[in-house]
Design a protein around this ligand. Structure first.
Ligand SMILES: Cc1cc2nc3c(=O)[nH]c(=O)nc-3n(C[C@H](O)[C@H](O)[C@H](O)COP(=O)(O)OP(=O)(O)OC[C@H]3O[C@@H](n4cnc5c(N)ncnc54)[C@H](O)[C@@H]3O)c2cc1C
Length: 492
């Protein structure tokens, strides 16, 4: 040890301490410091098994139920719908999410349904020239220990349901929760039945009833950036028969086409096809799902009108009119769409509270975001593991409050920053043609040419954003906050 406290033993990895500043310079040494850092199955066991009531059987609620049950808690899920299911089309499952899902033992449940895109390419619409590119295979698996998938929502949801069933977790269907008593830890259903637990978790989605109670009666103001999205799928067999569009199916890829004033479209190729037209606030993302059987489209466009005024019978025609004049390849595929659903795109405000006594909210209830980072459900999956990790640390139920507060602090920061990143993409993708757009495109040239780069407006590629987004250590963040609260002598 030298006078500055730094060990000079050239063989001692444990003498290395992780920098307090954002840095990845010690990534190489992780296997020496913690040989088990590769993804391991299973979560830490709880020392104090709790009786937990969980409201909402969406992607967030079910993944949380699985994490908590694996940890040793008894979880009962209350879902308002009489039949389990998910509406909508495809969903991206980024590496930070698959890493956790694999840990929870979901790999065999998901595997038959997923597609793994090879890369994401942004292209100019007139020329098809690639202007941005993120390599996913093998880079994301190598760098983040887990693949980047796309899947049909219904398959994702049914994989979680199957796992829940195999684990013997009870789901009460047709059980709409109308009221919460955070102090008692109880919920009251529409039929008046009351259930009491040690902890109540509300994963009840963007229209959460629980959120209002956590916030003390006043719900948060949503941020409505004025976008809506059509979601649709096209049978790939129809596309295969048309040489003008069949090239999109040759490789699993994600395409995003950006466009401004009907002038520019960028195509983003991945293992999903992601077309994104930005500039006049529209873009289209496409990718194949259902193990390559369906071509998924998310068509984002400006619409600030009240969703209650939308006429679903006109949705297909409205969608076609909305994207009239776009790249002929895209409009040809849009022309094959037989039905579509239109969704308002809303971002929740960053809340200052997720917990009230024994009631905690998570998932979209706590942090709804624009889908422009493809991270909404991924954040809910992280929430579930983070909560399970925090609860595994308590030695007695007296420590529950502090545990929830650490969970809240860690997750509010992470999800709040993801809301921010998603909102930033709504700007980055929608520049009007001109110097800013040209500078954005120029900044992506190195990644397209395979040259080294230190920054990119493509948030899938930007090295700092990429490491933060996909390399996040959900359990490590809870451990760190727990340790720091212990060192600060916070009573636990
Ligand atoms: C167009 C679009 C594209 C997206 N793409 C992606 C993507 O690529 N990747 C990604 O990670 N995320 C994506 N998202 C976000 C993702 O869909 C959501 O973040 C995620 O589904 C939220 O899950 P949740 O379980 O929190 O909420 P929900 O899915 O809303 O589930 C809430 C559940 O609670 C139930 N419930 C509600 N109230 C009650 C009550 N009072 N009593 C009982 N039950 C109740 C509901 O019936 C429902 O089952 C996208 C979103 C949109 C709109």
């Amino acid at each position: 040890m030298t006078s500055n406290g730094v060990s000079h033993n050239p063989h001692d990895a444990t003498a290395l301490s992780m920098p307090t500043y954002p840095s990845n310079c010690l990534e190489f040494a992780k296997p020496f410091l913690a040989p088990e850092t590769k993804v391991s199955e299973g979560v830490e066991k709880a020392k104090v098994p709790l009786n937990i009531l969980l409201v909402g059987a969406g992607l967030g609620g079910l993944s949380t139920a699985i994490a908590l049950t694996q940890s040793g808690h008894t979880v009962t899920v209350f879902e308002q719908t009489p039949v389990l299911g998910e509406v909508g089309a495809g969903i991206q499952v980024p590496s930070n999410s698959t890493k956790i899902l694999f840990k929870l033992g979901l790999k065999p449940y998901l595997k038959p349904y997923v597609t793994e895109p090879e890369s994401i390419s942004f292209r100019r619409w007139q020329t098809g020239n690639v202007i941005g590119n993120t390599k996913l295979v093998p880079d994301f698996t190598n760098n983040f220990d887990a693949p980047y998938y796309v899947i049909h929502r219904a398959h994702f949801h049914s994989a979680l349901c199957q796992k829940v069933q195999d684990m013997g977790i009870e789901i009460k269907l047709g059980a709409r929760v109308e009221n919460y008593d955070p102090v008692a830890g109880s919920i009251t259903l529409a039929d008046g039945t009351t259930f009491t637990g040690d902890l109540v978790i509300a994963a009840d989605g963007i229209k959460s009833v629980a959120r209002k109670i956590v916030l003390g009666g006043e719900d948060m103001a949503f941020r409505k950036p004025g976008f809506a999205a059509y979601r649709a799928t096209v049978d790939v067999e129809r596309m295969r028969n048309d040489p003008e569009v069949s090239w999109l199916l040759e490789r699993p890829a994600l395409n995003i086409w950006y466009d401004k004033d009907k002038i520019h479209i960028l195509r983003l190729h991945l293992i999903m096809d992601f077309y994104d037209r930005i500039g006049d606030a529209r873009h289209v993302m496409t990718y194949t799902i259902g193990a390559g059987k369906a071509f998924n489209m998310v068509l984002s466009h400006p619409d600030a009108t009240d969703p209650s005024t939308w006429d679903p019978t006109k949705a297909v025609d409205d969608m076609k009119a909305e994207f009239d004049g776009w790249d002929p390849v895209l409009t040809k595929i849009i022309g094959m769409v037989e039905k579509t659903l239109k969704w308002p795109l809303i971002s929740g405000s960053v809340l200052d509270k997720w917990v009230s006594d024994k009631l905690v909210i998570l998932g979209d209830a706590a942090h709804a975001m624009l889908p422009y980072m493809s991270q909404g459900a991924a954040m809910a999956v992280e929430d579930g593991l983070a909560l399970s990790r925090a609860l595994s640390k308590i030695q007695n139920t007296e420590q529950l409050g502090k545990c929830l507060s650490i969970f809240e602090q860690v997750r509010m920061q992470r999800a709040g920053q993801m809301q921010e990143a998603s909102l930033l993409n709504s700007q980055l993708w929608h520049f009007a043609d001109g110097p800013l757009q040209e500078a954005r495109d120029a900044a992506m040239v190195p990644e397209v040419k395979g040259l080294p780069f230190s920054h990119s407006p493509n948030q899938w590629s930007d090295p700092a954003t990429q490491m933060w987004c996909y390399g996040y250590d959900t359990e490590g963040a809870i451990d760190e906050a727990w340790e720091s609260s212990r060192l600060n002598n916070v009573q636990l």
